[in-house]
Design a protein around this ligand. Sequence first.
Ligand SMILES: N[C@@H](CCC(=O)N[C@@H](CS)C(=O)NCC(=O)O)C(=O)O
Length: 251
Amino acid sequence: MTEPICVWLTPTIPNPWKVVLILNELKVPYEIRSFRFDDIKRKPFIDLNPNASVPAIEDPNTGVALWESGAIITYIIDQYDKDLTLTYSNDRLQDKHALNQWLHFQMSLQGPFFHQAGWFNYLHPEKIPSVQDRFNSECKRQLSVLDGVLEGRDWLVGEKMTYADLSFVPWNDILHQCTPMALEDRFKEFPNVKAWHERMTARESWKAIAEARKRAMEEQDLAWTGMPRGMPTYKEYLDKIGKGEDTRAKD
Ligand SMILES: N[C@@H](CCC(=O)N[C@@H](CS)C(=O)NCC(=O)O)C(=O)O
């Protein structure tokens, strides 16, 4: 019997939910270890991930512990997708490696650029229009690449949904919190991305995550920015964490 894989996360950060989404789709047991962002650079988490970022996993079935969501996804697919539900075998060498190519695109472009766009649009203490333009236009460029590839097809590679498709969901889902676009308009220029995204977010696997994420944010009383409700600026938040002060919202 498979023991639950422990997934460490802080709830507002999208990267861990990619991992949880793939575990849900494969029906691999897991347990979420949700902790406060305040503790990301502290023990015990820092012993697990010296880079102080989420997600990280510990798999009691194999003794494997990993961080970096792309590496974790590759591990889960290798270890737990023996039926090739979300991947392709060596018999389809081009498709199998194209999945890895898209995972790298997600990991090196979509995730980091959406993150930096969100930072410079909403959290950075100064507004720097040239930097905001740079990240906003790069996010659009990536979406237009995806939109072009998805023209006339449902999935990035081959005829089925794979881990590559699923890896894009959590960041696309918060595009409106990264770039200055309204929730309902975020995919206006990218109809193929919109249909693809909605195809995946309509699944039970994602609905369960949206609920779990909401609950985990409520447990910590977090605003959408990831800061405790009522925290005026990210700088103040980080200063308080640095001084070891209690950052929890006061009623
Ligand atoms: N490439 C990493 C990125 C993980 C990551 O950096 N997560 C961020 C936010 S998206 C984090 O934990 N940041 C900690 C910090 O900002 O101090 C992955 O995909 O696992």
